[in-house]
Structures are given as C-alpha cells and as structure tokens.
Design a protein around this ligand. Structure first.
Ligand code: SAM
Ligand code: DTB
Ligand code: SF4
Length: 328
C-alpha cells in the first residue's frame, strides 16, 4: 500500500492527514477569468513563497536525431507525415559532447537532447545512454526527450545518469485527438509513470496557441497539476507555426493569454520549475518580462530549439541584465 493510501485508510482519526489538492477545470477556468493584475499578484505571491523571485534556470536544447518521425503531431516540423525537415541520422557522441560543452561554457546548467522518434529502439537507446554519461561528465544536468518508452528503458536511462525525462501532455485530453492521430495521450501517461518509477525527474508540459479554447488550456494544466507529484519541470510552449505543418496558419494567441497560462501554471504547481519554452523568439522583451513576473523561472537558452529558432544568448544576457535576473 502506498503512504497516501495508508493515510487515507486511517484518515477519520488522524487530524494530521492533509490530502493533496485536486484541482478542477472549473477552479482553473476561474483563475484564467481573474482580472489580469489580480492573477499576476497571486502568481507572484505563490512564486515568492517557493522560489527566488529573481533567478532563472537555463537549459540548452540539441536535436540529436532530426526529422522522419512516424507520428503525425500537427505542430511538428519533424513528422514524416508533413515532410517539412530533412531526416537525419542520430548524431555521434562527440558532436553532442562538443555542443554540450559550448552550452555549459555559455552558462547553461542543463543539456536537453531531443530525438524525433515515436520511441527509441534498443540499439539507439544504447547510443543515447553513452551520450548521457558523456554530458553528465561535463558537470551538466542531463535531460532527454525520446518519445514513448518500453518496459526497462527508463531504468537504462537512469543507470546512465539521466536527471530529467521530457515528455509533454501537449494539450487537453479532449483536444488531443484533433492534433495527433497516430497515438493516444494515454500512452504518454504510461511513459510518464515509467519515468517516475525509475526515479528520473519528470519534465512535462504542453503547447498553447493550437486553436484550443481557454477551458482546454485550463484542462491541460489540471492534468499536469493533479499528477502525484506534479512534474518537477513544466515547459509551457507557445506554438511556433512551422511552415508545411497542419498548424502553420493557426491564429496567434493573445499574448496576455499566454501570460495568464504561465500564471495559472505557477499557482497550481507552486514547487515546479515553470519554463518559458518555445515561442520566445517571437516575443518582445516586455512580454517575456511579464512571463517572469507571472512565475516563469526557466528558459531554453541558445539560438536554436530543435528545428526552430530561439533568441541569441546575447539578447538573453541583455534581458537578464535589464531585469536584474540572476542565472541559477
Ligand atoms: N518525439 C518526442 C516527443 O514527441 O515527445 C520528443 C521530441 S518533440 C519535438 C518534443 C516537444 O516539442 C513536443 O512534445 C512539443 O511539446 C514540442 N514542440 C514540437 N513542435 C513544436 C512547435 N512547433 N511549437 C511548440 N512546441 C513544439
Ligand atoms: C519542450 O517542451 N519544448 C522543447 C523541448 N521540450 C524538447 C521543444 C520545442 C520545439 C519547438 C519546435 C522546434 O524546434 O522544432
Ligand atoms: Fe514525432 Fe515528437 Fe514531432 Fe510528434 S512531436 S512528430 S512524436 S518528434
């Protein structure tokens, strides 16, 4: 029996037992509806109780295997169904180590390696575990995002020294099937369970601006916030409308709605790192500052995401300096 289940059995006489909060879509929708200033004030209060208000963590991304993915995710340039980027082979470990060293020397503390796979084959996983060990040896935290895992694969990643596994829910359960047809969101929950059970920290978030409703944004965040425990790291991506993908002409989200999404993530996942993720290149410095005020305390750092652009490190350094933000 888990500790929580044991405590629930004993609950009637144990005053000390406090059940974990279960968020509802209605509660989060109400947060989204708050006046903007009130919402940001509340998010700042929560943020300051749990984090240094002026510190932002920086992770650098590298696509270790680009394009040719079997999945049909409507936002993704790397899906073979849309054929928008060239398929490339898995990088050599030496190339990955060189990129990781450069990221470390520019101030990143975590290096995230992404592969355009539905999930890794065993022989590929062996090569990725070598990369993880080599990146870890540079003194960086390691993260990989390789798609869905089979039994035993998370344990191999953990043994190689992996700190974080990124696997996003991407959108609300009720909207998922409109964006992705080749797998169900439930399969992603299974992988997240495997990662957690292997003792790897969970990085899990989603994308906004794909044509979902505000209620569906609330619904995505409910799924994340009600995880037990909530993800250690929560990337909030704004859709980068990649040419040639089904979502290339998605209407842009109101920037204040993006800030609200960050604020609601902060309030409902107080202890998590909330990452202002894809879409920063298209944002003004002022909009990014509002995202930090709303509780974002992590970014992707370096001039490329996986296939899309990201602000140059110099622009980020200048922004941090203007805002008095310290790198964690
Ligand atoms: N194939 C693996 C998977 O799907 O989990 C790992 C790589 S996949 C590209 C990682 C994440 O990138 C996706 O879950 C999605 O959240 C994000 N992403 C992909 N394309 C994006 C886009 N155009 N705009 C914003 N986020 C995007
Ligand atoms: C995440 O949530 N966002 C990153 C990372 N995890 C792997 C990826 C963003 C990809 C943006 C589009 C591209 O570069 O192709
Ligand atoms: Fe493949 Fe991941 Fe892109 Fe989906 S998001 S097409 S699984 S690389």
């Amino acid at each position: 029996m888990t500790a929580t289940a044991a405590a629930q059995t004993a609950a009637p006489t144990t005053a000390a037992f406090v059940p974990a909060p279960r968020w509802t879509v209605a509660a989060l929708a109400a947060l989204f509806e708050m006046p903007f200033n009130d919402l940001l004030f509340r998010a700042q209060e929560v943020h300051r109780q749990h984090h240094d208000a002026n510190a932002v963590q920086r992770s650098t991304l590298l696509s270790i295997k680009t394009g040719g993915c079997s999945e049909d995710c409507g936002y993704c340039s790397q899906s073979a169904h849309h054929g928008t980027v060239e398929k490339e082979a898995l990088l050599e470990t030496e190339e990955v180590v060189a990129a990781a060293r450069a990221a470390r020397d520019k101030g990143a503390t975590r290096f995230c390696m992404g592969a355009a796979w539905r999930g890794p084959k065993e022989k590929d996983l062996d090569r990725v575990t070598d990369m993880i060990a080599a990146v870890k040896a540079l003194g960086l935290e390691t993260c990989v995002t390789l798609g869905m895992l089979k039994d035993g694969q998370a344990e191999k990643l953990k043994a190689a020294g992996l700190d974080y596994y990124n696997h996003n829910l991407d959108t609300a359960p009720e909207f998922y099937g409109e964006v992705i047809k080749t797998h169900a969101q439930g399969e992603r929950f299974d992988t997240l369970d495997k990662v957690r059970e292997a003792g790897i920290k969970v990085c899990c978030g989603g994308i906004v601006g794909m044509g979902e409703t505000r209620r569906q944004r609330a619904s995505l965040l409910v799924e994340l916030a009600n995880m037990n425990p909530p993800p250690d790291s929560v990337p909030i991506n704004e859709l980068v409308p990649m040419p040639g993908t089904p979502l290339e002409n998605a209407p842009p989200l109101d920037p204040f709605e993006f800030v609200r999404t960050i604020a609601v993530a902060r309030i409902t996942m107080p202890g998590s790192m909330v990452r202002l993720s894809a879409g920063r290149q298209e944002m003004s410095d002022e909009l990014q500052a509002l995202c930090f005020l709303a509780g974002a305390n992590s970014i992707f750092y370096g001039d490329k995401l996986l296939t899309a652009g990201n602000p140059e490190a110099d622009r980020d350094e200048a922004l941090f300096s203007r805002l008095g933000l310290n790198a964690i």
